[in-house]
Every structure is written in C-alpha cells, then in structure tokens.
Design a binder for this molecule. Structure first.
Ligand SMILES: Cc1ncc(C[n+]2csc(CCOP(=O)(O)OP(=O)(O)O)c2C)c(N)n1
Ligand SMILES: [Mg+2]
Length: 368
C-alpha cells in the first residue's frame, strides 16, 4: 500500500529523534544520502551567516530557516529535473537544490532585483511573500502541464501553516481536486505564523486532514525527519505523474516541524514563545538525526563530516563575496520587472521617482 494511503492523523516517520530507524528506509543510494546531509549542513550554515549579515547591516531583512532543513532538502531532493518548484519566502535550501545559486538568494534579501532572476533552465518560481498567493499559481502551472500532455512533470508548492487560513489555499486545492492537476502541496507546519500559534490557526486536528474536503490525499509527516519527508514527497510526485487506478493526482503534505529562529530578522520570538518550547524542538534537530543514521550505517565518518564542514564554509563564503561585489542596482530597476510593459500607474510612479532623483540626487535617498 502506498505511504499516502493512510489516515491524515497517522504521521509518517522513518528516523527517531536520535537517528534510530523506526520506519521503512526509502530506496536512496549512498551518494544521494550523503548529499542530502551536505545540503542540510549547507542550508544551516548559510542561514547562520545570513542572519549575521543582516545584524551587521549588510542585508535588509531575512527569514531564517534553521530547523526546517529536513523538510526542505528531504522534499526537494525527490524532484526530477523537469519538475517545477513554487516556493514561499523561506525556501532557501530547497531553492538551492533546484538550482538557484546562494548568491541569488543573498541578492534578493539585499533588495537587488537580480535576486528574482532565475537562471536559464531552472524550473523555479521566484519567492512569494503575499501569503498563499503562490498556491493558485502552482495549480495553474500544473494544469498547464496537464493540458499540454506533459505527463512526466509535477509541480511542488511550499507554504506555511498560516497560509492554510487564506482563501488562496482553498481555491488552489479545490481547483486541483476538481481538475486533477499534478500538484504536490507541501505545507511547512512550523507551529507559528509569526506570533500566531498553530492552535489559533485552525480548529482542525491536523492540517493534512483539510485535503479530505477537496477530495485529494492528505498525509502528515515528521518534517524534521528528512527520510520520511523524502518518502512521502517521492510517492506524491510519482502519483501526480502516474496515478494508479482510482487515484487522484494532487496531494497535500503536512510536514510537522519547527523554526528555531525568529520569523524574520524583524521579529523577536522571545515575546511570544518560551525557551522551553524551543529547547524541546531543538532536541528533534534534523541534522544530527540524519548524521547519526549515516554514521551508524557506515556511510559517513569523522573525516567525511569534516570535509563537508569545510566545503560548506567555502561555498557560503564565496556566495557572500560574490553577492557583495555585485554592482549596486540602479534604483529605477524596481519599476521594470513586474510587467512586460509598465502600467500607467507604474509609469507615473517611475516618472515621479526620476523627477525626485533629478532634484535631490541619489544621495538624498540614502540613510546617513
Ligand atoms: C496576504 C498576506 N497577509 C499577511 C502577510 C504578513 N505575513 C508575513 S509572514 C506571515 C505569517 C505566515 O505564516 P506561515 O504561513 O505559517 O509561514 P511561516 O512564515 O511560518 O513559514 C504573515 C501574516 C503577508 N505577507 N501576506
Ligand atoms: Mg508557520
């Protein structure tokens, strides 16, 4: 029976908190398992450095991902080349795996328009900040694939627990159910929507069970267990492309996890949550969990871990260097990319801005 055919309350698990196997280990080759670990370490180190850059005034704002590496890397590594990814604003790790260089992510959060520019051939949408707005986009993209007969392609869409209270979530999933689109809706339930806790978000017992109302499969997974996340995502992607008799294509995955840090660098989580709660979740950290499994099964040793640490540090340092040495953008760039041609409103804003630049010079816009 498929891992997706289960009660939405029955959470899928493979590794226990200490890395002990408690479920069915997915069929992944040794090299990919080590890559999974490398990318999780890379995402964590990038995150630590990005928060530090922001604190030093070298970046505008930044939404941290620490704690969510298992969900991001475990799911993204299950995608095939031709699949599409539709992220929210926190998917730096998943986007990296899809092919977005870390430099681009840094540029985006430094306020550079170029951060939105996807490299050629990378099947990734730009980050979506308006909550849940990316969900109908993902449904539409998957519908387009279906109408074109591109049956080997699925679309994964990431969003948070808070997004499930938005109309766009309902519309996107309802449409996907009716039109049977090849979608994987991946909900990162990190327990908080800024300061709103999960229990104030919905009276539903789980977020996965919301799938039932749309006539699609809903599955809950331990989001801090990268192997369990891989299993459910892979099964959902396979089903989206090639459903069995009587199966629908779309799936809602609820990955239960926790963000260790602040919502963004503009948030102070100590005013709304206890240290005790944070410590409880830190004991479930996905990185030592996967490392323990890899060590226990002889796939990695001290030397391997050290080599990965060095590699990760080098890659992040190079990305920071590259982003900071990129020429500062012309401020008028911000009027260029929302539409192929400027709308009359945007044209008027552009002209007003240029007139102000003319009058005060660019220095007039810079903070002391
Ligand atoms: C439509 C909309 N309303 C409000 C906001 C402000 N806002 C930014 S993040 C956020 C919370 C989102 O929580 P969740 O969906 O759980 O995602 P998380 O940030 O926890 O990953 C809110 C309300 C927004 N960006 N868009
Ligand atoms: Mg959340």
């Amino acid at each position: 029976m498929s891992v997706l055919q289960r009660d939405p309350q029955d959470r899928v698990r493979v590794l226990d908190e200490d890395g002990t196997v408690v479920g069915e280990v997915p069929d992944i080759d040794d090299e990919t398992l080590v890559e999974m670990y490398r990318y999780m370490r890379l995402a964590r180190h990038f995150d630590t450095r990005a928060v530090s850059l922001q604190r030093q005034g070298r970046m505008g704002t930044y939404p941290p991902l620490s704690g969510q590496e298992g969900a991001q890397i475990g799911s993204a590594i299950a995608l095939d080349e031709q699949d599409w990814m539709v992220p929210s604003y926190r998917e730096h790790g998943a986007s990296l795996l899809r092919g977005l260089p870390l430099k681009q992510t840094l540029l985006y959060w430094m306020g550079h328009e170029k951060g939105n520019e996807m490299p050629e051939g990378v099947n990734l949408f730009p980050p979506a900040v308006p909550i849940a707005s990316q969900i109908p986009h993902a449904t539409g993209a998957a519908w387009a694939k279906k109408l074109r007969g591109e049956d080997d392609t699925a679309v994964i869409c990431y969003f948070g627990d808070g997004a499930t209270s938005e109309g766009d979530f309902h519309e996107g999933l309802n449409f996907a159910g009716v039109f049977d689109t090849p979608n994987v809706f991946f909900c990162n339930n990190n327990q908080w929507a800024i300061s709103v806790p999960r229990e104030r978000q919905t009276a539903s017992e789980t977020l996965a069970q919301k799938a039932t109302a749309y006539g699609i499969d809903g599955v809950q997974v331990d989001g801090m267990d990268p192997l369990a996340v891989y299993s459910v995502t892979k099964a959902a992607l396979d089903k989206a492309k090639n459903p069995g008799e009587g199966e629908g294509r779309p799936t809602l995955i609820e990955a239960v996890q926790y963000r260790f840090g602040a919502h963004t660098t503009a948030d102070d989580p100590t005013v709304y949550r206890d240290d005790e709660e944070v410590e409880k979740w830190k004991a479930k950290d996905p990185i030592p969990r996967l490392e323990a499994f890899l060590r226990e099964t002889g796939r990695i040793d001290d030397e391997g871990v050290e080599a990965i640490e060095e590699d990760v540090k080098g890659r992040v340092a190079d990305a920071i260097e590259a982003a900071e040495s990129d020429p500062r953008p012309d401020p008028s760039e911000m009027f260029n990319h929302a539409y192929a041609e400027r709308t009359p409103e945007i044209q008027a804003q552009y002209e007003e801005f240029e007139a102000l630049r003319e009058k005060f010079g660019d220095e007039g816009f810079l903070r002391e």
